[in-house]
Design a protein. Sequence first.
Length: 533
Amino acid sequence: MKKALVSCVIIVMSLQLAAQSPTYRQSVADGITVVKILKKTSKAAVNPMIYGQMLEDCNDNVVYGGVVNNAGEENPKVIELLRPLNIPVMRWPAGTAIYDYDWRRGIGPKEKRTPIHEKVWGGTEYYTFGTDEFLSWCKKIGTEPYINICMGNSAVRDVTLDDAVDWVEYVNGASTTPMGALRAANGHAEPYGVRLWCLGNENYLRAIIHKEETAEQYSDMLARWSKRLKETDPNLSLLGVGHVSTWNEEVLTRAGDELDYLTLHYYLTSQVKDGELLKPEKTLFASARVEENLKVNIPLLKSYNEKSGRKKNPLRISIDEWNNRHKVWGGDRYSFTRKDDRRMYDVACTATMLNVFLRNSPHVAMANYIFPVNGHGLLKTVGESDAYKSASYHVFDLYRRYMAGSTLSIDVSGPGKNGIRLSETNVEGDNEKSVDDMVCNLCYIDCAATSADKGKTICVALVNRSYTEQQTVSLRLPGRYKAAEAWAVEADDVKAANSREERDKVKAERIDIVGHQVTIKPCGLIIIKFTKR
């Protein structure tokens, strides 16, 4: 295949996407950045589930030492700080940890539960935060629970379909059923009614303690298991493991009729030395690679939905795992760690990924950031009863409050970088080889816009992807609008991070906007709410 220098926007526009999808065009040019919002309304509805989170016991104090202590006692400050985010969905027991998770060990009296060495991440699974505790905690913070089942590919545990059926019945069955009666005996008479269940996690990989499966093997098992689970509870919404387009085509063909979502995983990565982000453009522009991967898979889902007559209940994408991972210099090499602070460049990475999900509404209908607590989290805990907000917390806070409704088409023109080869940007996950051949021209300013109240309100999220230079943005809206409210997450130092001692070094602050022009500091985020005059 001949490789040519092309603009990503040309490729995006050439794809045959759903008519309701918004367009996003950008061109690199001198001067200040001009952002044009093309229309005041659209049919591309934003699903609030894109602001979801994920819990996983990964030996980094996410569950134990984060949400609860080893005895299963909740950290009250975590609940207090997460509740205002109005988190729409919470995935658990999450990703790779499901291969060694036995749900039966995590029910019944806590004093009878036995801790085990957790074989995936090397820590201890205390089982004091089990199914009932997770569902109770979700209710306290006001989020919808989402349970992930290990389907077939654990190398250390025989996970059967009957075991999965029993778990669904324990959670959702009437108290007259065997497992529902067990739940009632454990103190929860009424069914929980958990709607979201995923079958498997990264079944295409051979890693740690799980076995590699082909698309055919996974899809055939998925079809069998999903039918049986829906016989147990017809109200389930099931998620199937997605990967690259060839895998996804097989899953849709063999098992698509049983699914509501196809999952994808994307991790931006950062190389960090003494808090400094090295080769910053490889990370700060990496969300463009994620977006192009989505543009390969969205037409597959669109075609499947049309052929299957699923207009009212289309199968959509869930970005089930995502964040910006740090590989930190330790004196002799760079090593992956979840313990590094969230800094201003993480603000930029988090916001640009949320912009990608918004721009690809309604096809992207769920996304789950890892993690809400510790790890790469929105919160950092201090002991067993205290916690503080990381820099990334404020991104979710603002987007959840303002970036809702439907997404709008945008033209962006301004300073940036030409000739960015996507294969050289830092993204780990479900990458398509065809996308890696792309070379793109990308503006420093990345943005998304949403409309609500029949066009009476427009909200714009602006992210500065420059690591060193502030950017000035001129906004042009479709009609007479005034800036009613504006918030910024900025700092003079892109390495800025919150800490136990300085908890508000990075925070969201309300700012004044004069007219339709704003200047954004390096790696900063500004969200502006406009109202119709």
